[in-house]
Write a protein that binds this ligand. Structure first.
Ligand code: NG1
Ligand code: ZN
Length: 529
């Protein structure tokens, strides 16, 4: 295949770039050649995977509007296999005249039959640069004679779900979009048919769409929800330049510990914020005294895992349930869920692929990052047991009802990847059955005050970690120095790690007061400089 003329259309630009936790991510101007080359690579991956569909998502998620990114989705709708991350990095950084050679090398080393058809699904967020980058990606696929299905503007989890749907079986008549929207609304409505003691629960939320694709998707959901949930959609301006993720959205709310701007806040009303590609969700509210309260991924994880634990127990099914968190999970959430609710907790390295992997070890694996990215996985064993029990007429009614609820929850959850909207439906469902207001949910445990800081150093890769990011193994002596400082703070905890998505080092600290957490973070930051 002679593709040099097309390669030359997308000359390499910018500094060396790595396929990080969330794919390639940088300022949009430097991504043309990356998008094109990822098109090439996705085509090869599809050919090597028996022509299964591979996804390419153009997004920079919660990052500023001027950034963009490219992320590859594997056949089951999961993140790209680790080994391919370095293949992607090499291809992305190859000089223009060496790209062809690099492709040949990948083909021969991996024994890919390039005569096989390739299928690549492409999706993009609402960023002004996304359309152009998605076209570059399509060019890459097509130059290797692959078939492109352009899904246009979609949330990241929608594209993951489409890839998965295509690859699990014969695609049905209705469109991917309709299939996605109707599956989750149907499950949500079915769960609402059961009456509950929903004493404090009110079925109204204010939705903050971050002025991104989440707002578009939510509009489509709302037209199907009927009166099962009243969703007021705000921050849904996806066309005015500069508005995406600006002063709103899940990352803004979580990082600044402030409610989103863009609409009038009603005391004690649940506010649901998603990020720029709608794979993260954060809840918050402002109480009658004007005090802001955050309910982040840890609160969602404990809410969901605690509820699923009850359902498993009440249904009598023998299923092993566990929660996977990262080092960024608030220490009090871990204590609450493991000591009070007796749910086993595991800690994984930062980045959902690590959490996802760990969660596969359970029959029901709940995983969430504190920033609101997560989902629930059900093993095949769990799905089979639940389906069998749901059809078992000898089960007493009380148990059977819980089994059926579990089954409906398996349909409500997008297990391919964290999905802000599916997660929101899940939270709303649990609150509904618990009969809880957002204050009830908030008062279950109190987060330890914390601070997440960042510093820029010459080479962040000099910092190496172990024990799921909780211990620093390099540079020598750093961990001992951190330990020594942490001793000064009751309930103190702090760790540092190089970011996988930005050229910075992150410093996390928690302690009994905000002042103490801030001071601890500052002192550890000084060690890193
Ligand atoms: P990095 O930049 O590696 O810390 C951030 C988030 C991750 C994950 C990725 C992907 C924090 C502290 N880190 O990773 O949890 O979501 O982005 O988006 O929130
Ligand atoms: Zn995101």
């Amino acid at each position: 295949i002679e593709i040099q003329p097309v390669i030359n259309k997308y000359p390499k630009k910018g500094p060396i770039i790595q396929y990080g936790t969330a794919g390639f991510r940088t300022i949009a101007e430097n991504l043309d050649h990356i998008a094109f080359r990822m098109g090439l690579l996705a085509a090869l991956r599809s050919k090597g995977k028996g022509s299964a569909a591979i996804g390419l998502m153009i997004t920079a998620s919660h990052n500023p509007e001027a950034d963009n990114g490219v992320k590859m989705i594997d056949p089951h709708g999961e993140m790209l296999e680790q080994k391919w991350e370095s293949i992607a990095t090499e291809l992305a950084n190859a000089d223009d005249n060496l790209v062809q050679e690099e492709l040949n090398r990948i083909v021969s080393e991996l024994g890919i039959d390039i005569s096989k058809p390739a299928h690549v699904f492409i999706g993009r967020d609402t960023r002004p640069s996304s359309l152009h980058l998605s076209k570059a990606a399509m060019d890459g696929v097509e130059v290797l004679s692959g078939f492109v299905k352009d899904h246009g503007v979609v949330t990241t989890p929608m594209l993951h779900y489409y890839v998965y749907s295509y690859n699990i079986g014969p695609s049905n008549e209705i469109s991917y979009r309709e299939n996605y929207l109707s599956r989750f609304t149907a499950a949500f409505k079915a769960l609402r048919k059961e009456s509950t003691k929903n004493v404090n629960y009110e079925a109204t939320i204010d939705f903050d769409g971050a002025n991104g694709v989440g707002a578009i998707a939510m509009h489509e959901f709302v037209s199907r929800l009927g009166n099962s949930l009243n969703v007021n959609i705000y921050n849904s301006d996806t066309t005015t330049k500069g508005k995406l993720n600006f002063m709103c959205g899940a990352d803004f709310v979580k990082t600044n510990q402030k409610p989103p701007e863009g609409f009038a806040i009603i005391p004690n009303r649940r506010i649901v914020s998603v990020d720029g590609d709608a794979d993260r969700v954060i809840y918050c509210y402002v109480d009658e005294n004007g005090v802001f309260h955050l309910l982040d991924g840890d609160n969602i994880a404990t809410l969901v895992a605690g509820y699923l634990m009850d359902l498993v127990r009440d249904s009598g099914l023998n299923l092993k349930l566990g929660l996977v968190q990262t080092a960024y999970a608030n220490g009090n959430s871990t204590r609450y869920i493991s000591e009070k609710l007796r749910v086993p907790v595991a800690c994984a390295c930062t980045g959902v692929k690590h959490l996802h992997h760990k969660a596969l070890e359970y029959d029901i694996g709940v995983y969430f990052e504190a920033n609101g990215h997560g989902t629930v996985l059900f093993s095949n064993n769990a799905r089979n047991l639940i389906t069998q029990a749901a059809a078992d007429e000898r089960l007493p009614d009380s148990k059977r009802q819980m089994v059926i609820r579990l089954k409906q929850l398996t349909e409500l959850i997008n297990s391919t990847v964290g999905d802000a909207i599916s997660d929101m439906f899940l939270v709303e469902t649990v609150l509904y059955f618990r009969g809880w207001s957002i204050q009830d949910w908030f008062s279950v445990y109190a987060n330890l005050p914390n601070r997440l800081s960042k510093v820029t150093i010459t080479d962040r890769n000099t910092i190496k970690t172990a024990d799921a990011d909780r211990k620093c193994t390099s540079p020598e002596g750093l961990q001992e120095a951190i330990d020594k400082i942490v001793k000064d703070y009751p309930s103190g905890r702090s760790f540092v790690r190089p970011s996988g998505t930005e050229d910075i080092v992150r410093i996390y600290a928690e302690a009994e007061s905000q002042e103490a957490a801030d001071e601890l973070a500052t002192r550890v930051c000084r060690l890193v400089y």
